[in-house]
Every structure is written in C-alpha cells, then in structure tokens.
Design a protein around this ligand. Structure first.
Ligand code: NAD
Length: 495
C-alpha cells in the first residue's frame, strides 16, 4: 500500500549521473557531454544524463542490429521470450514505488497517479505482451492443392522509439513491450527532461534475462539523437508519441532515408460534450474536472474543450469551477496533492501565454489563470477555466497541454457534432447524455480514436489507443498494437 512514509524515504535520495544504456550496460556519452535534469518540483538540478551525439546513437543502433541479426532474441522461442517479459513485469512491480518516485522527480506527475499509471501499468504491459506472444499463430492460405501458402509473423528488425515526458514509463512500455514480444530489437530515445525511469527499466530488463543489445536507450536532445535515429538507414520502423510538429519531422526523415514506417501518436484538443439530458450533471462535472486537470492537464486525451448545452452552461461551469478551485495543487510527492507540477518552466510559460491570448480574443477567465507556489522554485499552475471561447480562437483550435479548459456552448446535437469536429485533431471525446440513440449517433459522428460515454478518460490495456486525423495513426495497447511490430511474410511452396 502506498504510504507517505514510504514515499518520504525515497524523495530526497541522490540520483547519480546517468549514462546511456547500450549493449547491456550504462555507458557515458562518447564525447563526454552531460545535460542537467531539472526537477519541476523545485526547479533544482536533480542529476545529469548523458548528452547523446550522433555517434552514441549510431553505436546503439549497431548494437540493436547485431543482436537482431544473430538471433539471440529474435529467434528465441516465443515461450522463452515470454518468460523474460513476465519476469521483467514482476521486477517492475517489486520496484514500483522506487520507479514511480524517480519518475515524479523528473516529470512532476502526482505520485498517487504515477504509481498506478506509470509503474504498475508498465508492469502489467510487459506481462500482457509476454503472455500474448506464445498464442500468436501464422496461417495457411487457401491456395490450390499443389501449393502450400504460409503466412508468418516475422519480427521487423530494429525498432526506433521516441517518447515524450508525460507518462514516460506507461507510454514507453506500450512500445517496448510489444516490440520485444514480437522478437525485435529496440533503440529508445526518451524525452531529455524525463529519461530516468526508462533508463531504470532498461537495467531491469537485463536483470530479467533480456540478452544484451536487444534494448538500448540513448538520452539527449530530440533534434540531435532523435533525428539520427529517425534518419538511420538501419532502423526499420519508428514508433513515436509526442507533438504533431515532431511527428511531421519523422515523416520527412523517413522520406529522406529508407522509407521506414512511422507510427505516430500525437496531440489532441478533445471535446467533452455535456447535453442537458446527462444522467447526473454533478457527476459529469466532477469527472470532467478530473479529465482535464489531473496531471496538470498534461494528458494527451485530456478533455480540454468543454462543449456544454447552452441552457445548462451557467450552472455546469459553476460546478466545474467549484471542483477546479477545490483541487489541492502542490508537491507531487505529497499524497495530499491531487495535482502536481507543470513539467517545465517553458511549458508553464506557454500555458500562461494561452490564457493571455484567449483573453485578448474575448474569452473570460472563470477561475485560475496564474502561476502559484512560485516561492518553492517549482512550476505550479492553477486549474484554469476560460469561457466564451469561439471556434476560430487559438484556445479552441490548439492543444495547450496544460491545466487550461476551453468552454464553448452549443444549442443542439447538430451543432455539438459540428463543433466537436471543428479542429484538425481526432484523439478522444466525451459525450454525456441519457439518450441511448443520441449516444450511438455521437459515437458514430465524432471523429476521434475513442469516444467516452457518460464518463471521461476510462481505459485499460485491452482497448486500443490511437488518434485519427492529425492526432496520428496506428494504435498502442491491446493485441492490435502487436500487429505494428510484425512483418507479414509469405512463403509459396510448390508441392
Ligand atoms: P515533443 O514532440 O516535443 O517531444 C517528443 C519526443 O520527441 C521527445 O523525446 C523529444 O526529444 C523528441 N524530439 C523532439 N524533436 C525531435 C526531432 N527533431 N527528431 C526526433 N525526435 C525529436 O513532445 P512533448 O512535448 O515531449 O510531448 C507532448 C506532446 O505529446 C503533446 O502534443 C501530447 O498530446 C503528445 N502525446 C500524445 C499521446 C498519444 O497517445 N497520442 C500521449 C502522450 C503525449
């Protein structure tokens, strides 16, 4: 059970400078460079990570390639791969608190969320794909009887993975676990500001029995090592979670190199639609407030655009504001904090700029709008609700990735659908209504990877997560995610 005493025993431990993890061991950057890691909790330097240069990334790719080609993992029987992944899941669970605290110290997510959404979810993910992998069958094609047509699931080769700073363990595991289960090697580039928990996972993987060189981590700047990874002729596929701007770059890198497949999980501006016939408006307000403000709004599927039917708008927004003001914002390592820190000073400033621009465009700040707890040196922001936001406003169209809710009213169902689909994104949505037919119509008409009905943000590993339109392509989670990590390879055998 999570207790404050256990957290306190870990919250100030020294984290030594971290190397890359290549060929089964930590190694410093070849040129010796390091980057400071700042803690969003107090703005202080927490430790240093290796500052990767292209040569470090090339070394990691070579290690992954060698491991793939000699078959130490790629040709290991699926049942043996399963054992390693199951053991890794157990090791992660054993060290869950340590991993969660380490992650909170560099990314700022509240510990009550991080323990489940980061560490325990990573353990579950490794077990899920471990369990799955000895249950995947190939096929015999229905050819003429003088031919045997076989369809194999072949591992692809070297997977390049790039992940963001929000939920690094959870999102990282969604890619590492199925990639490894399928027999691939992997080179991971975590966000430079949130690498610590993923470096720890790479060490645990070797402890669990993963052969050296199969899973490598290179830290450093996206524009340097991320670019080298995505431009490499020796990387077969890229899996990415992050911003649309970086996603576009990956597609360019692919076009400029070996046309590698790129799976992109990008941002969103997800509509959360409240009809006046919602079964329980008080519950809708409570869940909707958590759905935008937890983890300081730094959640890809956050319900950041509230669309509320005009006859209930005033009361509903008042109820949301009551919840927003009641949230305890503070040190994410205190269990009393319901909302932790904004990840970095630049993110905090970008959030505040959104509020300023929205105000200039005519929106009103119903609550919040300011930095708080600045005396701690950390980056904290009030949950913020902006009302009167119009569809052509910056705040309606663009992802904040912070605790800022945009509110717009609608008259009827047709207008709700039109507003819901009026951005370039399509990641998630919420619909609150007691009318079953309307709920089905909305699920059908809203362009999003997932539509929540009479809740917001529910998910588990069995349900795929992925966006449409400019929120990306491909899916993480569920057995569907495994499909990305196999090539379908056919054999045509003349009998
Ligand atoms: P980001 O795109 O700035 O960075 C993501 C990763 O890409 C980091 O590791 C970064 O170092 C790397 N990178 C940056 N420039 C690069 C380049 N030129 N070449 C290669 N790699 C490069 O995104 P972020 O700020 O870390 O994350 C926030 C974004 O992630 C938000 O838009 C959020 O919605 C999105 N996100 C999406 C999902 C999803 O499942 N769809 C989940 C979480 C976060």
């Amino acid at each position: 059970m999570l207790t404050q005493d256990k957290i306190d025993a870990l919250r100030n431990t020294t984290i030594p400078p971290q190397g890359h993890f290549i060929d089964g061991q930590p190694v410093p950057a070849m040129a010796g460079g390091t980057l400071d890691v700042l803690s969003p909790i107090d703005g202080q330097v927490l430790t240093q990570i290796a500052e990767g240069r292209p040569e470090d990334m090339e070394r990691a790719i070579a290690s992954a390639r060698a491991a793939f080609e000699d078959g130490r993992w790629s040709r290991m029987p699926p049942a043996a791969r399963k054992k390693v992944l199951m053991r890794l899941g157990d090791l992660i669970e054993d060290r869950a608190l340590d991993l969660a605290v380490r992650g909170v110290r560099d990314n700022g997510t509240e510990i009550t969320m991080a323990i489940k959404a980061e560490a325990l979810s990573a353990a579950q993910t490794f077990r899920y794909y471990g369990e799955a992998i000895d249950k995947i069958y190939g096929q015999v094609a229905p050819t003429a009887d003088n031919v045997l047509g076989l369809v194999h699931h072949a591992p692809i080769g070297v997977v390049g993975a790039i992940v963001p700073w929000n939920f690094p363990l959870m999102i990282g595991s969604w890619k590492i676990a199925p990639a490894l289960a399928a027999g691939n090697s992997i080179v991971l580039k975590p966000a430079e500001s949130a690498s610590l928990s993923l470096l720890a996972i790479a060490e645990l993987a070797v402890e669990a029995g993963l052969p050296e060189g199969v899973f490598n981590v290179v830290t450093g700047k996206g524009s340097v090592v991320g670019e080298t990874l995505a431009l490499s002729m020796d990387v077969d596929i890229m899996v990415f979670t992050g911003s649309g701007a970086t996603g576009r770059r990956l597609l360019e890198y692919s076009a400029r190199s070996n046309l590698k497949r790129c799976y992109l999980e990008l941002g969103g501006k997800s509509p959360n639609i409240i009809f006046n016939d919602a079964p329980d408006l008080a519950q809708a307000a409570k869940v909707s407030a958590a759905g935008i403000f937890r983890n300081s709004g730094q959640v890809c599927v956050a319900g950041s655009r509230l669309l509320v039917q005009e006859d209930i708008a005033e009361d509903f927004v008042a109820e949301m504001a009551r919840h927003a003001e009641a949230f305890e914002v503070g040190n994410p390592l205190d269990m009393t904090s319901q909302i932790g820190a904004v990840h970095s000073l630049s993110e905090l400033e970008a959030n505040l700029d959104f509020v300023t621009r929205a105000t200039a465009e005519g929106a009103a700040c119903r609550t919040g709008g300011a930095r708080i707890l600045a005396d701690t040196g950390g980056y904290y922001m009030q949950p913020t609700i902006m009302t009167g936001v119009k569809p052509d406003n910056d705040l309606f169209q663009n992802e904040v990735f912070g605790p800022v809710l945009s509110v717009t009213t609608f008259r009827d169902e047709a207008e709700a659908v039109q507003l819901a689909n009026a951005t370039v994104y399509g990641l998630a949505a919420g619909v609150w209504t007691a009318n079953l037919s309307r709920a089905h119509r909305m699920v059908d008409r809203i362009r999003a990877g997932v539509v929540h009905v009479n809740t917001y943000g529910g998910s588990d590993l069995t349900v795929p997560l992925g966006g449409v339109r400019q929120s990306g392509n491909g899916h993480d989670k569920s057995l569907h995610a495994l499909e990305k990590y196999f090539d379908l390879k056919s054999a045509w055998i003349q009998l």
